[in-house]
Design a binder for this molecule. Structure first.
Ligand code: NAD
Ligand code: TYD
Length: 351
């Protein structure tokens, strides 16, 4: 039995990853270390909380004595560091928690890994470290790192520490840089779940600027499969791009959500608003990110495709449809994970 320390496992990608690991590997135990910030919710893992191969520990990755104790007492084989402050708009409002957790927390984990020795340290990073593209070109793993917003800068800094700990101390670090994830259990501050929630409630759908920015969408299950492969067979010291090869302008994504809702549940939407069509809820607003708003991300994922045989399995049409259906049938989950803090945040960004 191998023990994995998964940090940030009560968040969106981490909870999907833990569920995947427990189902896919009978010989794996998971210790989930999560601080339960606004983005972390134990309800994301309700279905597996009694699994004898799963343990939850509430705590901060920056808490060195806690992390050291866990590595010692739990005989941890590998660390997968998902824990982070993850939302760009929040980082524009206040970068401090991003520096503390994304940089300081990663450093604490690296030091503990160095002291106790682990077989793998997978750092979950992002394509945002590369900065922005124009309408042409793609990022390769060797492309320069050039982050434009505070969130991306802290993720890039964490990566550099990981690289240095691999070179300096031989900590067996591997870095994954994925594109934008979507799917179940995503906190409704990110584009797709925010738009679905608002449309279901008959609220405005706020598109930044003209909605022409491009993101490369990846279903969270495909990211989990990729991270699992990297964990098992990735090469120490390497970086792996994990892209969905699914570039869409924001306006198209929102239009598609509206069309899915219109075709599957027009009555419910109509009943909760004065609008006949969810498309009528679309509003173009002043871009709260300003110059920090990256225009386009696109990844070349040949390395993971060719060396580990990974490719995305869920097409955007099916993935978006099932995601809309998930949020439609989990409205209680969505309303439970948001609180007064969310309303305050919403007010600050959307006015
Ligand atoms: P999320 O915000 O949904 O979850 C983050 C989790 O980390 C939460 O459970 C939170 O409670 C926990 N956490 C925060 N600070 C902590 C701390 N100091 N100690 C312990 N736990 C802490 O984020 P997500 O979308 O699931 O992203 C997971 C990782 O993937 C992040 O590292 C993020 O940078 C990266 N990533 C996300 C995307 C995406 O599209 N969501 C894309 C690329 C990379
Ligand atoms: P987001 O989901 O926050 O991911 P990221 O900024 O990490 O790529 O945003 C995706 C895109 O959608 C980004 O270009 C900003 C835009 N966006 C809106 O237009 N309106 C919104 O309410 C949100 C949250 C995002």
């Amino acid at each position: 039995m191998r023990t994995l320390l998964v940090t940030g496992g009560a968040g969106f990608i981490g909870s999907n990853f833990i569920r995947h690991m427990l189902i896919a590997h009978a010989d794996v135990r998971v210790v989930n270390l999560d601080k339960l910030t606004y983005a972390g919710n134990l309800s994301n893992l309700k279905d597996i909380e009694d699994d004898p191969r799963y343990t939850f520990v509430r705590g901060d990755i920056s808490d060195r004595s806690l992390v050291n104790r866990l590595l010692r007492d739990e005989d941890v084989h590998s660390i997968l560091n998902f824990a982070a402050e993850s939302h760009v708009d929040r980082s524009v409002l206040d970068a401090s928690p991003f520096v503390t957790t994304n940089i300081g927390g990663t450093l604490a984990l690296l030091d503990a890994a160095r002291e106790h020795g682990v077989h793998r340290f997978v750092q979950i990073s992002t394509d945002e470290v590369y900065g922005s593209l124009d309408s042409e070109g793609v990022f390769h793993e060797e492309s320069p790192i050039s982050p434009n917003n505070p969130y991306a800068a802290t993720k890039a800094a964490a990566e550099l520490l990981c690289r240095a700990y691999y070179r300096t101390y031989g900590v067996p670090v591997i870095i994954t840089r994925s594109s934008n994830n979507y799917g179940p259990y995503q906190f409704p501050e990110k584009l797709i779940p925010l738009m679905i929630r608002n449309a279901l409630g008959g609220k405005p759908l706020p598109i930044y600027g003209e909605g022409k920015q491009v993101r490369d969408w990846l279903h969270v299950k495909d990211n989990c499969l990729a991270i699992d492969l990297v964990r098992e067979r990735g090469e120490g010291g390497s970086v792996y791009n994990i892209g969905g090869s699914c570039e869409k302008e924001n306006i198209e994504v929102v239009e598609r959500i509206c069309s899915i809702l219109e075709s599957t549940m027009v009555k419910e939407v109509a009943a909760s608003s004065d609008h006949l069509s969810p498309h009528d809820l679309i509003e173009f607003i002043d871009d709260p990110r300003g110059a920090a708003h990256d225009f386009r991300y696109a990844l070349d994922s040949s390395r993971i495709r060719e060396s580990l045989g990974w490719s995305p399995t869920i097409g955007f049409a099916d993935g978006l449809k099932s995601t809309v259906a998930w949020y439609r049938t989990h409205r209680e989950w969505t309303e439970n994970v948001i609180s007064g803090e969310y309303q305050e945040y919403y007010e600050k960004v959307y006015g």
